[in-house]
Design a protein around this ligand. Structure first.
Ligand code: DX5
Ligand code: ZN
Length: 217
């Protein structure tokens, strides 16, 4: 079994002191930093973009796990890679028939690539591109906001993704994003996720180190 990695979502951080928050997450045992990029079109919220990623790159050595919730990701993926994103994930729903090309663009820009599916998109839609991904991200909430409730149907999708990954025999990470808690993380990991995103659970914890350790255990 792959080692569990925790990718705290900075969407739940206080943006007015984001640098300090990221440095703290690193000290508390985070493995990656999950950067939720939202454009107000693909999702009903706006967060941050290229400059934030470039500035975060200067203050942490942790891999920046950039989840693009934007339309026309093909226009931006190379610039996110240049800004310092280590992993760039793009939504099937934003790329549709272009997904293969966008993933290839990310790879050629030197970053790891991943495909994301929303809760109402079946795994079959990305089955053919999974072998070219470094990571597959299964959304367990509809993207846009932190602090939503985990949609349990995601567990079955994790199992389906895991079966495809095992069949192709490649080293592909499986990430879950949305509504992860200390209570449901066990079954999420059992279903196949090895990269766990958590926003509110980590940022609302009294002790972030203990919380991250519990999510990993
Ligand atoms: C939702 C984002 C998630 C979110 C996770 O659109 O992609 O990364 O911030 O936050 P929690 O863990 O609070 O659901
Ligand atoms: Zn996310």
């Amino acid at each position: 079994m792959k080692k569990i990695q925790i990718s705290p979502s900075i969407l739940s951080a206080d943006f007015s002191k984001l640098g300090e928050e990221v440095v703290e997450l690193e000290k508390c045992g985070a493995n990656l930093i999950h950067c939720d990029v939202m454009d107000g079109v693909f999702v009903n919220n706006i967060t941050f973009g290229l400059k934030m990623v470039a500035d975060l790159r200067k203050i942490t050595d942790l891999p920046l796990d950039c989840h693009l919730m934007i339309v026309h990701p093909e226009k931006y993926v190379e610039r996110f890679a240049k800004a310092g994103a280590d992993i760039i994930t793009v939504h099937y729903e934003a790329c549709q028939d272009n997904l293969k090309e966008v993933l290839a663009l990310i790879k050629s820009a030197g970053a790891k690539c991943g495909a994301v599916i929303n809760p109402d998109t079946p795994v079959e839609k990305i089955a053919d591109v999974i072998p070219m991904c470094d990571m597959v991200l299964v959304m367990s909430v509809f993207p846009g906001f932190a602090g939503q409730k985990f949609i349990p149907e995601a567990l079955d999708k994790l199992r389906q993704v895991k079966a495809i990954v095992e069949k192709c025999g490649k080293d592909i990470d499986i990430e879950i994003d949305g509504g992860v808690t200390e209570e449901n993380v066990e079954e999420i990991k059992r279903a196949g996720a090895n990269v766990v995103v958590a926003g509110n659970t980590i940022f609302k914890a009294q002790d972030k180190t203990a919380c991250i350790a519990k999510l990993k255990a």
